[in-house]
Design a protein around this ligand. Sequence first.
Ligand SMILES: *Cc1c(COP(=O)(O)O)cnc(C)c1O
Length: 428
Amino acid sequence: MKFDHKIYTETLGIDERICEFSDEIISGLADRFAQADRMAEMGQLKVLSAFKRAKISDSHFTGTTGYGYDDIGRDALEAVYADIFKAEDALVRPQIVSGTHAINLALSGNLRPGDELLSPAGALYDTMDQIIGIRDCPGSLKEYGISYRQVDLLQDNGFDFDGIKKALNEKTKLVTIQRSRGYSSRPSFTIDKIEELIRYIRSIKPDVTIMVDNCYGEFVEEREPIEAGADMVVGSLIKNPGGSLAPCGGYIAGTKRCVENAAYRLTSPGLGKETGASLSSMKSFFQGLFMAPVVVASALKGAVFAASCYEKLGFKTFPASTDKRTDIIQAVELKTAEALLKFCEGIQEASPVDSFVTPVADDMPGYESKVVMAAGAFVQGASIELSADGPMREPYNVYFQGGITWPHVKAGIMNTLQALKDGGILEI
Ligand SMILES: *Cc1c(COP(=O)(O)O)cnc(C)c1O
């Protein structure tokens, strides 16, 4: 037995055969890995330049308490985010509790009664339903007299340009585009695709505000959505840009006006960006952002590895192993509830935290179906760390993402193969 196989066998109980299978798969991925490393390099330099321009120093890591007036660390962090996303301004706060919260701030801060919100590219992430009021919820946009319109994708997942033209009307104030697939099997939209869509929308309604839900997309491509014409991007700090070190938080980057509107909603009219203590987490925000490009590259390698393994074993994967990537999500159609649970068990068992627990499907606030989640993360629920989840509904897709280091993602995926093999679901 090869030495490195012995390590896997002894630490995780992985069969020799699965080690050999993984070696075979990895030997075919040299180009993809080189591409991920190249993206990390470019992202790293982008971040480094932003730090240099903002003259980041130790004094920015101190943090504030109370009202958080004159918080130089917070202001500098926001300047760095604005620089990286090519935005006029940014709001980057530990008080933003999640990506959903950031999106809600961006929408509710920038829409007024009588306005209409448009999704030109199909259904949105599950938690948007209650924000919009598709499923009733106190405080939804619907309750404030803001209507919603959606243009579904065509059969081939292309944009329905005619439908979009018809849907844009005098009330349409904000258009929201979701870069990553969420819990759906439509492809994630690359920056080029987003640019094509934005150009078209602007050709019909030049002044409409365009927002991109950038969750899981940061640092995966060379450009970010504002460079493709968006007014505002929104995301979570326990995903890509937090680099696994940010303990919580979300961001909104965009035009001065969009960011200001969101800030008045986050704190209060009159207070806006001027308040909000950064407490003691500033260093993790900066350091996490600095590490994010390399962390994202590790996650990308893992995603491509997972896609290649599962394709070879006859499963459908989204995206396919050879597809261009625009986010770190890898979906695998596992077909049965049992396989989905086993996959999640495999990830959980290979996690540094809570490796001894068994994930079970349960109701989650904001989600319609029961969801099973595997995450043995340092930051609770952080999906830039090795994690897998999926709604308990057909076709039982698992959405796998994250991994701070490539060796860890590799071990995690190998362990899912072992879990499925032990469960009698696949032969290898
Ligand atoms: C993760 C995610 C969100 C927000 O989810 P939170 O768990 O609230 O951070 C929104 N949109 C997409 C596409 C996502 O992947």
